[in-house]
Design a protein around this ligand. Structure first.
Ligand code: FES
Length: 512
């Protein structure tokens, strides 16, 4: 039974990203004509913007296209840590791969951090960039061995780090590893500078322009929705989070997706600095930022598969409770959530889309570390397109396969089939007349199960909850007032509009 939507405690009623609120971004027109460029970049998040910027520096005529507004996908809703400390990744890589792969991943991320730092320093970008030490910690006895193994991996790979028995902040920990020289910033203030440079360098940027399909050839033809317009180009780059183009490459079954949550909190206590991430069952991430001249803490965590949470508001409440118990909460000016994609082996897919399409490139699956992996993607994609050598090409090549990934591939496809079947048989929970203002639920209507939401003014919105991507059943997300698909993470507004792909078509509206 879906509960009436209540706004508990100090939480804001509606989600709002702090980065998007405090940063005024330029706006761009919708594409309404056929155009010809050297390279089309589909998806204006950190990977797409960095790629377009770097190509424009090389004299390429670039078109950067986004289905919504620029930087309004995961990049606009990140916790924005610029760090090579990615959980227990190095011990896991050492277990699964050769040490050079683990070290290469670290080096690529550190180079991305260096690139951002140099951009900020060279161009004087005002983006609250601040160097910080990153800490990975646990307060669970049964996780201490895993953390020690990770520390051993640092030593084996020559990664700078130190072991600690406690943290410099009032969060209980049985052990921690610090990684010095990492950083944090406001990603949108940084990327706004790159966007302005793309335009100065003659690049074209279009918003509210959904790319639906492409035809490979010379030139490549990239089509907007319903083939209304075509972009003719020599190279195409897909940085649209979940790739809009899936032809023969099977990306949909090689990616998994998770939602997570963040609060910006004005604390009652002084914060001692640093960026923190635990490896415990209840995931927590902490960093500081500045809002209206005052220090706030960004407290994140609470991961789950999209469409797979009984009440999404509980995740915000858990973070609020943690922040209150740890730092004290005076006010929570913002709450927001994000959707992250992970590849089968946790190394992003960056490079040629497939061997059949050598002029199409992809970057996706940043495993929650989009600031560094997304920047590394920009650097790598530029070198791919310029046919320049780059030491990380093989490491990130999307064409890598091994037995383990193939097995997981099959498992992912099986999971999707289960979602399709389970969703079709899930019952409707609520009677339409019982829906209160600002409440959504699956209801019985005209003998069918439909998705319903009654807005605060009492207006009813009914949709067919079948995802328009590949037919899985979406589920109601209370905290964001959206319909979320568990299969590949498409999200739709309560009125059915696409909020996040890979779906390009809205949910079907149902008559009252
Ligand atoms: Fe693919 Fe819904 S079926 S996102």
């Amino acid at each position: 039974m879906s509960e009436k939507f209540n706004v508990p405690s100090e939480l804001p009623r509606y989600p709002r990203s702090m980065w998007r609120t405090v940063t005024t971004l330029p706006t761009f027109p919708e594409l309404r004509e056929d155009i010809k460029v050297d390279a089309t970049v589909v998806g204006a998040g950190i990977a797409g913007v960095t790629t377009a910027y770097l190509l424009s520096l090389e004299g390429y005529k670039v078109a950067l296209i986004d289905a919504g507004q620029i930087l309004d996908g995961t990049t606009g809703y990140t916790t924005a840590k610029i760090s090579a400390q990615h959980g227990l990744i190095y011990s896991e890589f050492l277990t699964n791969f050769r040490p050079e792969i683990a070290k290469g991943y670290y080096d690529a991320n550190i180079e991305a951090l260096r690139f951002i730092r140099e951009m900020v320093e060279t161009h004087g970008i005002d983006c609250d960039f601040k160097e910080e030490t990153a800490y990975l910690f646990t307060n669970q006895e049964d996780k201490l061995d895993d953390l020690r193994k990770e520390f051993d991996a640092y030593q084996e790979l020559g990664i700078p780090g130190q072991w600690h028995d406690s943290l410099p902040i009032p969060v209980a920990a049985k052990g921690a590893i610090s990684m010095p020289g990492q950083a944090q910033f406001n990603p949108l203030k940084y990327l706004k500078f790159l966007v302005e440079k793309i335009v100065e360098n003659g690049g074209l940027i279009y918003e509210n322009t959904t790319i639906e399909d492409a035809k490979y050839g010379k030139p490549i033809e990239v089509y907007t929705l319903d083939k209304a317009n075509t972009i003719f180009c020599n190279e195409m780059v897909v940085t649209s989070h979940y790739p809009f183009w899936n032809i023969q490459a099977g990306y949909f079954s090689r990616l998994s997706i998770e939602r997570s949550y963040a609060l910006a909190v004005k604390p009652e206590t002084t914060f001692q600095g640093g960026m923190y991430l635990n490896i415990d069952d209840e995931k927590r991430s902490i960093r500081s930022a500045v809002f209206e001249g005052e220090e706030v803490l960004i407290v994140g965590g609470e991961n789950h598969q999209p469409g797979k949470s009984d009440n999404t508001f509980d995740h915000y409440l858990a973070l609020e409770k943690f922040a209150g118990e740890t730092f004290g909460v005076r006010e929570i000016p913002f709450r927001w959530s994000a959707q992250d994609i992970t590849t089968l082996d946790k190394i992003p897919y960056i490079g040629p889309f497939s061997s059949d399409y050598p002029f199409v490139f992809i970057a996706t699956g940043f495993n929650k570390w989009g600031m560094t992996n997304g920047t590394a993607a920009g650097l790598l994609l530029r070198d791919n397109i310029l046919r320049r050598s780059n030491p990380y090409m093989d490491l990130f090549n999307p064409g890598r396969f091994n037995d383990k990934s193939m097995n997981q591939n099959i498992a992912t496809s099986f999971k999707m089939a289960k979602e399709l079947i389970a969703g079709k048989f899930a019952g409707a929970h609520e009677k339409i007349d019982n829906l209160e203002p600002d409440q959504g639920a699956l209801v019985r209507h005209g003998g069918k199960k439909v998705g319903a939401y009654r807005d605060p003014e009492g207006k009813l919105f009914l949709v067919d909850t079948t995802c328009t991507h590949m037919g899985c059943e979406t589920a109601w997300n209370e905290a964001e007032r959206s319909w979320d698909c568990p299969c590949h993470g498409s999200r739709f507004s309560y009125s059915g509009d696409v909020l996040e792909g890979p779906a390009t078509e809205p949910l079907k509206r149902v008559e009252e």
